[in-house]
Write a protein that binds this ligand. Structure first.
Ligand SMILES: [Zn+2]
Length: 474
């Protein structure tokens, strides 16, 4: 019998009262191990499988020799050392702790993931653009799956209207930084994952720096300038992008910028004009849809990391949640693509707001038509001034909130031309919508038709903020 010290690795020390080594009396290496485990069921469960053999991801070293490689059970002398080295399939240095082995055990059972795949996930770095509807399921599932480092770029605060779909947040987060809430939630879910936050607006000046060094970018942005910016930056850096987009009940997913695959510009050379590209805030979105699309994006990101399966490279998945159909279109890499083609014209980041026509022109209707603010409107009302107050939103918006008590009348924008004859040309018109953008175009058209019309600056949202905090706004 010899006194043998068994070295315990850090992750297993909680199971042996925090000790770094345990001394046992035994004559051989296997006997020493048996002594250690016979009195410690929890440690045994970590190290030994149901078949009584050491689990495949556990190695025990006798000096410099792996016990697994030794045919005979070596006899040991007083003071000899055994070392338990968990995980590390091929001698890499990533390793999974005992806690991680347990946490990811349902992954380890899948041949396509296994220990090697899980170690790949642990080494992987995925950057999420946006922590909103798509970013929520992306962040939650990638964190749960054990992607080692997850970055999130966002600069918004949580708004009550976000909670219908942005499942990273709860009611108590309203009014606070999205990234602060998100990081706390993700760390609570899986403390093994490093969460890096970039609380900033992604712009041409910072995109290359922020996107550099990630294995995969997952684009959950909600506007065209950011989409083109992310695409171009990722193509320039050679990072694949998992693209997802949503509109009401419809979604799209693809993988852009992979080797040999097309990019977003190969599919959409130019953005639609801003008036044909309403945001979620303007068009609405079915709350579950980003859950479906973001979860598919998370699936694709994990597949790219594992190198398993057939990624959505060169394929655009179209989802219609109302009919519940999934269709697939082929996308080819465009040799003339300005960013990923054979002779690219975009070799550095450009001004994406200008490219997408988002930045209002100085003579755009919104800034050039005569307008009054909500204070002025209230003064007009108090003075009993003769004017007509017209709401040009849609009927479903009118149902949420309106200025009917102030005498407003609903005339949706597209019905206005046919109703011009009913308007009283003797009284000035005050036109409003939600925030004053659509109504500015109406004012422009009305003035061209000879009416005296002014726009309500900031729309009904500004009215609610100034005078009616109880009014439901959207
Ligand atoms: Zn391209």
């Amino acid at each position: 019998m010899a006194r043998i010290v068994i070295r315990i690795p850090t992750p297993l020390r909680p199971l042996v009262e925090g000790r770094s080594g345990v001394e046992v009396e035994a004559g051989s290496a296997r006997e020493a191990l048996a002594r250690l485990l016979e009195s410690n069921e929890r440690l045994r469960a970590q190290l030994v499988g149901d078949d009584g053999e050491l689990r495949s991801y556990v190695n025990v070293y006798v000096g410099k020799d792996n016990l697994r490689d030794l045919v005979e059970d070596p006899e040991l002398e007083d003071g000899a050392e055994l070392s338990i080295v968990p995980s590390i399939a091929g001698g890499g240095d990533v390793g999974l702790t005992a806690d991680e082995l347990k946490r990811y055990s349902r992954h380890l059972l899948i041949p396509e993931v296994g220990l090697e795949g899980q170690e790949r996930l642990k080494q992987a770095r995925v950057l999420l653009i946006g922590a909103g509807g798509l970013g929520s399921p992306l962040a939650l599932y990638l964190t749960a799956a054990g992607v080692g480092t997850i970055g999130v770029v966002d600069h918004d605060e949580v708004d009550l209207t976000n909670l219908q779909r942005q499942i990273l947040y709860d009611t108590a987060s309203v009014g606070t930084s999205k990234l602060r809430s998100a990081a706390a939630r993700l760390r609570a879910m899986n403390p093994e994952v490093q969460i890096r936050t970039f609380e900033t607006r992604l712009e041409s000046s910072n995109a290359l720096e922020i996107l550099d060094g990630w294995d995969v970018v997952a684009d959950g942005s909600d506007n065209f300038p950011t989409r083109y910016l992310v695409n171009d930056a990722a193509v320039l850096l050679g990072v694949p992008t998992v693209y997802g987009a949503i509109f009401r009940f419809e979604g799209q997913v693809s993988v852009f910028g992979a080797a040999e695959g097309p990019c977003y510009r190969c599919l959409f050379r130019e953005p639609p004009p801003p008036e044909l590209a309403p945001s979620c805030a303007e068009a609405g979105v079915f709350g579950v849809l980003p859950g479906i699309v973001g979860t598919i994006q998370a699936t694709e990101a994990i597949k790219l990391i594992l190198g398993q399966g057939r990624p959505l490279v060169g394929r655009l998945l179209l989802i219609d949640a109302l009919r519940m159909t999934f269709r697939e279109l082929s996308i080819r890499r465009d040799p003339d693509c300005p960013v990923c083609g054979e002779s690219p014209t975009i070799t550095e980041l450009i001004d994406y707001e200008e490219f997408c026509g988002v930045r209002p022109e100085p003579d755009a209707a919104a800034s050039s038509v005569p307008e009054i603010d909500v204070l002025e409107l209230r003064r007009w009302l108090e003075q009993g001034r003769a004017f007509q107050l017209i709401d040009v939103r849609e009927p479903y918006e009118w149902q949420i909130c309106n200025l009917e008590p102030q005498g407003a009348r609903l005339t949706p924008m597209d019905r206005l031309p046919s109703l011009l004859g009913e308007l009283d040309s003797g009284r000035p018109l005050v036109i409003y919508c939600r925030t004053g953008v659509r109504s500015a175009h109406v004012v422009d058209a009305l003035r061209a038709a000879g009416f005296e019309a002014v726009n309500l600056k900031g729309g009904i949202v500004a009215w609610a903020e100034a005078f009616d905090p109880e009014m439901p706004v959207y």
